[in-house]
Ligand binder design. Structure first.
Ligand code: HEC
Length: 115
């Protein structure tokens, strides 16, 4: 009898841990979304909102990523700018995966100015 209670307790412990584990893995996934990558790696120049309204953005006359002139570029063009860089913008092809670059392109699309 004692034994089966112990078994039950250990089963319950596993049952309690599982939701914790699955919730941490889903937040780890969210941490690699295009938005988070953008805020971590790109916002210092392009601004949190993509406007380019930063000291670096002003110095280099950055185009607003939300603007029609940037948005009219194809996904491939945007992805290759991110991958290969465009002086003075560093290339990210070695530090970001193809998936992360895709997510960034999707994020840039999502902040487009709705006109
Ligand atoms: C050191 C500052 C800097 C960082 C960091 C940076 N960029 Fe840039 N980015 C620039 C500059 C400057 C340009 C414009 C280059 C040009 O047109 O000559 C640019 C251009 C671009 C363009 C093309 C827009 C256009 O005008 O056609 C895209 C897309 C872009 N960046 C995305 C990103 C993404 C995504 C990241 C993060 C992974 C990033 N950038 C990080 C400085 C930066």
């Amino acid at each position: 009898m004692k034994n089966s209670i112990r078994k039950l307790q250990s089963l319950m412990a596993v049952g309690c841990l599982l939701p914790v584990l699955s919730s941490t893995s889903s937040s780890a996934l969210a941490a690699t979304s295009g938005e988070d990558t953008f805020k971590a790696k790109c916002a210092m120049c392009h601004g949190q909102d993509g406007s380019g309204n930063t000291p670096m953005g002003k110095r280099t006359k950055l185009r607003d990523l939300r603007s029609a002139e940037v948005q009219k570029e194809t996904d491939d063009e945007l992805a290759s700018t991110i991958k290969d860089g465009k002086s003075p913008m560093p290339a990210y092809g070695k530090t970001l995966s193809a998936k992360e670059i895709q997510d960034l392109v999707a994020y840039i699309r999502s902040i487009a100015k709705k006109s």
